[in-house]
Write a protein that binds this ligand. Structure first.
Ligand SMILES: [Zn+2]
Length: 280
């Protein structure tokens, strides 16, 4: 579903983290210093669609809409399409000029577009990844970037459930996360991008930190019937695009299992359990 795909694009988040995992944030020896706090950028799912272009025939704006009409195409993209290069540049421009000091960037891949298998090839996938790598390198020559491959960075693509998406977003040492987003309609109308803070994770869900215990507690709260926090989560899942979209019982089972069961087998088990319990 292209709508879903594009909403995953360009997720920008600043993670605050405490020292751990051998990160050299505090000097060795001497008196113990105040706990050091650092932050890093997490960029993921850029999904560049090189075919994106403005044309009167809205079925032909981008290959990633798979023949569906683009809704309101503009220079920054369209909700039915993956990202035009211009949108990706605007995201990086925001990172550069945000005034946020980051120690490094984690880039968790998924650069190629969501298009039918026969419209891609190993060469195209490699070209897209090379393009993104060159772009990041030239825009952030002094920032250390840790890349990882996503399930779309192969050809033919590995078909993973949304579980893989959540799994690759877990950083055990994090104490908070700030999520940024761009309102596409607004950006296309004004001809300029205005990236905004969407939420601060601990504040929006009223949790202490991002330690596994706190996140697990939050996931359990999501699972409660009519959970307000889950409704909030689902709105952010669609990048605040349309808060009138309701996630019904079946949809909620998929979400809860994707959040709580990180490997394929336990995900399938989780679905089965819920299906049996609720006769869905
Ligand atoms: Zn993706």
């Amino acid at each position: 579903m292209a709508l879903l795909d594009v909403l995953f694009c360009c997720l920008l988040a600043v993670w605050h983290c405490q020292p751990g995992l051998g990160l050299p944030l505090a000097p060795a020896g001497g008196q113990s210093p105040a706990p050091a706090v650092g932050q890093f950028w997490h960029v993921t799912d850029l999904h560049l669609d090189p075919t994106y272009h403005i044309t009167d025939d809205h079925t032909k704006v981008c290959a990633s809409s798979k023949g569906t009409n683009a809704s309101n195409p503009g220079p920054f993209g369209d909700v039915m399409c993956d990202s035009p290069y211009y949108l990706i540049l605007s995201a990086f421009d925001f990172i550069k000029n945000s005034g946020q000091e980051a120690s490094f960037m984690i880039w968790t891949g998924d650069s190629p577009p969501h298009v039918p298998v026969h419209e891609l090839s190993t060469d195209i996938v490699i070209n897209v990844i090379a393009n993104m790598t060159t772009t990041i390198r030239s825009l952030f020559p002094n920032l250390q970037v840790f890349p990882a491959l996503g399930n779309h960075d192969y050809w033919p693509q590995v078909n993973l459930t949304s579980t893989s998406r959540s799994a690759k977003r877990n950083f055990p040492i994090s104490s908070d996360m700030l999520q940024y987003y761009l309102n596409l309609t607004d950006a296309n109308l004004k001809g300029e991008s205005n990236w905004k803070l969407e939420y601060i994770l601990t504040q929006t869900y009223d949790i202490e930190d991002l330690q596994p215990k706190s996140l697990y507690g939050l996931a359990k709260q999501f699972a409660i019937l009519d959970s307000k926090k889950f409704i909030k989560y689902y709105n952010y899942f669609f990048v605040s695009y349309d808060s009138s979209v309701i996630c019904n019982e079946k949809c909620k089972v998929f979400q809860i299992c994707a959040i709580t069961s990180l490997d394929h087998n336990s995900y399938v088990d989780c679905l089965k359990q819920y299906y049996m319990k609720h006769h869905l």
